[in-house]
Structure formats: structure tokens, C-alpha cells
Design a binder for this molecule. Sequence first.
Ligand SMILES: [Zn+2]
Length: 139
Amino acid sequence: MSYKPRSPRVAPAQNRPAPSGFSPGSHSGPANPLVPVYPYRCAPDGLLTRRQLRAAGLRPGGVDPVAEIRWRRGRRFALLYDRTHALPVRPMTEGRRRALNAAMRARRTCPACRRDRGYVIPRSLGCCWPCSDASKEAA
Ligand SMILES: [Zn+2]
């Protein structure tokens, strides 16, 4: 593995090629061929991941990611959002809290036995562990 030595996160704009069609670094096929791909730590300032936006009290605001960063030879990637289009996180309201709780309860409820299992039902199983085991034994 050969990463570039830690370069300053903010490069002078005139040293950066235009973002159109620009994909520095090696990567194995970007998830979205329309956005530029940057190596780890080399993303331009003002582009943040969803988590970084959240930490700043912001959300993507329905705008598509404008770039992505890739590391581990392109196997790991993160989408980057333009900070200038970000909106403040919506405050938690009673209605939102209820909707969120209902959504989480639905994810914890096994579709086979209709029980709230206290954990999110794995998508790969499609049902809770006891139901999965029962169907395996029956097979
Ligand atoms: Zn079940």
C-alpha cells in the first residue's frame, strides 16, 4: 500500500485541475462515474461526508453528492456533499420521534413470528434467528 504522504487538505485552487472529469488517484471503477474521485485526505475543502455534515449540525438537504473519496485501493469509499448546499438538521419533534420509533420497531419485528426481537432483523435472513434456525431444521 502506498498512500501519498499527508498533504495539506486545502490545496490552492490554481493547483487543482478542474473537477470536470478529473479523477486523481487509482480506483477500481467509481460507483458514480459522473463525480470526481479523490484519494483519502485529498478532497477539496468544503466537501464533507454525511457524517461530517451531521457533526456540523447540517444535512445534505436532498442534493446529490458531488464527489467521492476512495481508499484501500478503492474498496472503501465515502460520498462527499457540497457544504454550501447543506441545510441545518431538522429539530426533533414529537411526530418525528414517533415515526422514527415506529420505523425502528418495524425493523426489529420478525415478519415470520411477528415478535419484536430487540435487534434489527438481518436482511440476509429475512426473519429472526429462531425462525431461521427452525426453517433450517425443517428443511
Ligand atoms: Zn421470527
